[in-house]
Design a protein around this ligand. Structure first.
Ligand code: ADP
Ligand code: MG
Length: 401
């Protein structure tokens, strides 16, 4: 198991060593950006709703120095082959493919926003698991962005970073993501969760000092293969849009939980629904989004009142809603949640888009190992490959080391 501070220290050392080994000199600096977990608020982002992510102590570190010829060279621990590109590669999206696209995409987005992007040598190391839903992609973008901004002395206010990094991922790499990941990895603060209104992009830092309360979040990497996640995501999104259209609101965010019963009743009698359309499914999707938005608001209130343990039941209710109404969990994920709860977690839920990824369990810090052991045993009993564990507390967003 990896602790909250151990790997972060190592990863900076690895990035610096990789830089020196590759380029024969010391880097001009090191820039770090964290992975993130969403405490609560799932599939609410594209419904103009609320999310509450926090930054992880697992992070990506970029060691960097300017490169005088105006070109870019990039190494990553993940790849044997360095990426090299010049100004032509950032003239338009898509010229660099694969993992280098995330780096070139950031340079492109900066240039496209009118900045003079400095050529650079970069070496990347990371402790953020790749493709587990902890946002290694946004961590990479944010660390590279911080490095290029500092190396070039660019005038980019922090609050503009998320949109820029999101453009790199959406427009250059071609991966459709909302604004949550980049907002979290750039704007989160240690000991806090980030309350983000996805409609207005307003953020508020909500105290979430797990360590001070003797608590931790145990992140369980289910290691479940992502099954048809893209198609399922698109169909959930379509059902939400259909629900909003049938209810005559711009987005499901506009249905307050106090109007939920009336809204669900209206959907049953919805005369606009074409024959054969499964209104039952739309009703369940709507119920998840409307109740989930309220759970985010309730969680924020509890955290403001310093009642961290009382958030547990909201996490568990969120999971039940994702399992039963939104239908985005898989057996490995449900197993991890049930085993964590049985082992004494205050609450547990899947985090991320679904069909795999990670589970969060709110636990007494001293119980983290026991809960991990129980989840491992439940996996073994069912013959699932062993899960991964990261006990975490909220860490800072992207910054220079
Ligand atoms: P997630 O963000 O959930 O980890 P994504 O599929 O969005 O998963 O992003 C993973 C991709 O991001 C990787 O396949 C790789 O292309 C890129 N990436 C992330 N971290 C690194 C890294 N340290 N080095 C190289 N590429 C990385
Ligand atoms: Mg990602």
């Amino acid at each position: 198991m990896t602790g909250p501070t151990g790997p972060a220290d190592d990863v900076a050392g690895r990035a610096a060593a990789a830089f020196t080994q590759r380029y024969g000199e010391r880097p001009a600096g090191l820039w770090a950006a964290p992975g993130r977990a969403n405490l609560i608020g799932e599939h609410t982002d594209y419904n103009d709703g609320f999310v509450l992510p926090f930054a992880l102590p697992l992070r990506t570190v970029v060691a960097a120095a300017p490169q005088a010829d105006g070109r870019w060279t990039v190494t990553s621990e993940l790849s044997d082959t360095p990426i090299e590109f010049g100004a032509d590669a950032i003239a338009e999206p898509g010229r660099v493919t694969g993992w280098g696209g995330y780096v070139a995409g950031v340079a492109w987005a900066l240039r496209d926003a009118g900045h003079q992007v400095p050529g650079a040598r970069l070496a990347i190391a990371s402790d953020v698991p790749i493709g587990s839903g902890l946002s290694s992609s946004a961590a990479l973008e944010a660390a590279v962005l911080a490095a290029l901004v500092d190396l070039g002395g660019l005038d980019l206010p922090t609050q503009r970073g998320p949109r820029l990094a999101q453009r790199a991922e959406n427009a250059y790499v071609g991966a459709p993501t909302g604004i949550m990941d980049q907002s979290a990895v750039i704007r989160c603060r240690a000991g806090h969760a980030l309350f983000l209104d996805c409609r207005t992009e307003a953020v508020e830092h909500i105290p979430f000092d797990l360590a001070a309360a003797g608590l931790a979040v145990l992140v369980v990497d289910s290691r479940a293969p992502h099954r048809h996640a893209d198609g399922e995501y698109a169909s959930r999104r379509a059902a939400c849009e259909r629900g909003a259209a049938l209810l005559g609101v711009p987005a499901l965010r506009d249905v307050p939980v106090t109007d939920l019963d009336a809204a669900l009743a209206r959907l049953i009698g919805s005369i606009e629904a074409p024959p054969g359309e499964d209104v039952e499914v739309v009703r369940r999707r709507v119920r998840h989004v409307v109740t989930e938005n309220q759970r985010v608001l309730d969680t924020v209130e509890l955290l403001r009142a310093g009642r961290l343990r009382d958030v547990g039941p909201l996490l568990t209710a969120s999971h039940a809603s994702m399992r039963d109404d939104f239908e985005i969990t898989v057996p490995e994920i449900d197993t991890a949640v049930e085993a964590a709860l049985a082992a004494g977690a205050y609450g547990a839920r899947m985090t991320g888009g679904g069909f795999g990824g990670c589970v969060l369990a709110l636990v007494d810090a001293e119980r983290a190992d026991a809960v991990a052991t129980a989840v491992t045993a439940a996996y073994a009993e069912r013959g699932y490959p062993a899960p991964g564990f990261h006990p975490v507390t909220p860490a800072p967003g992207a910054h220079r080391l």
